[in-house]
Design a protein around this ligand. Structure first.
Ligand SMILES: *[C@@H]1O[C@H](CO)[C@@H](O)[C@H](O)[C@H]1NC(C)=O
Ligand SMILES: *[C@@H]1O[C@H](CO)[C@@H](O)[C@H](O)[C@H]1NC(C)=O
Ligand SMILES: [Cu+2]
Length: 245
């Protein structure tokens, strides 16, 4: 009997943790770089819920990438990010089906090495977003299908083009999935974040729009504190529009 309560607690904790996920793979033009390679790996698969915390930048412990490899890419490449609950690609949903919300990608240019870049200040440019499938920034109210449903159906993957016009140098690529199943009050929205380090060649000379993370998101944003189970007709993805390139 004395063993029973701790066992129940462990089982409850395990089922809770299994609902969460991390960003684990970055593919470049269809080539997979391997499990966690190039990533600032967080201590566990829990979400960030405080949008004013520096954990919003690159997840817990993500302000430096010491010891993390930096992956060479060419500007204009097709970059695929792949998410999973645990260190396994099969046997469970990539992200658990109850997690509904937008999928967003930002990039930030490092002053020098990606590994020593903390990503603070107005340095982030939004290069991809999907709220409701195929209708950026707008809910497909008839299906109530979210970007997360598409990622789940696509083995945990979503792709974007690293803008050809961005200057050469080291960058962080920040993937983000916001799960809104308990976002009716704040804190509630679950922000899943992963940062990969890349070095870019073949780029241009554009100066893109930039925002700060943390900074750009507010607890009162309609895309952060929202009830998605009330016949939602529109959804405003946080962080503003995608930079046009
Ligand atoms: C990008 O790469 C992914 C993964 O290989 C592939 O499924 C997708 O079709 C590619 N997208 C484009 C626009 O080439
Ligand atoms: C939906 O649009 C209305 C009117 O523009 C706005 O007030 C509301 O915040 C939006 N809801 C979401 C969840 O973005
Ligand atoms: Cu979860």
């Amino acid at each position: 009997m004395q063993l029973f309560a701790p066992l129940v607690a462990i089982v409850a904790l395990a089922s809770q943790v299994s609902a969460h996920f991390t960003l684990q793979y970055i593919w470049v033009n269809g080539k997979d770089n391997g499990y966690n390679v190039g990533f600032r790996v967080p201590p566990n698969n829990n979400p960030v819920t405080d949008v004013t915390s520096t954990d919003l930048t690159c997840n817990v412990g993500g302000l430096s990438g010491s010891g993390v490899s930096t992956i060479p890419i060419t500007a204009g490449s097709n970059i695929t990010l792949e998410w999973h609950q645990h260190a396994q690609r099969t046997g469970e949903d990539p992200i658990s089906g109850g997690h509904k919300g937008p999928v967003i990608v930002y990039v930030a240019k490092a002053p020098s090495d990606a590994s020593s870049f903390d990503g603070q200040g107005a340095v982030w440019t939004k290069v991809y977003q999907s709220g409701l499938a195929y209708h950026p920034n707008q809910l497909d109210a008839s299906s109530q299908q979210w970007a997360t449903d598409v990622v789940n159906a696509n083995e945990g993957k979503h792709s974007f083009t690293f803008p050809k016009s961005l200057p050469n140098g080291n960058y962080l690529i920040r993937g983000e999935i916001i799960a809104l199943h308990v976002a009716q009050s704040y804190p509630g929205a679950q922000l899943y974040i992963g940062c990969a380090q890349v070095s870019v060649t073949g780029g241009g000379s554009a100066s893109p729009t930039k925002i700060a993370l943390p900074g750009a998101y507010k607890p009162t944003d309609p895309g952060i504190t929202v009830n998605i189970y009330n016949n939602l007709q529109n959804y405003t993805i946080p962080g503003g529009p995608v930079w046009s390139g």
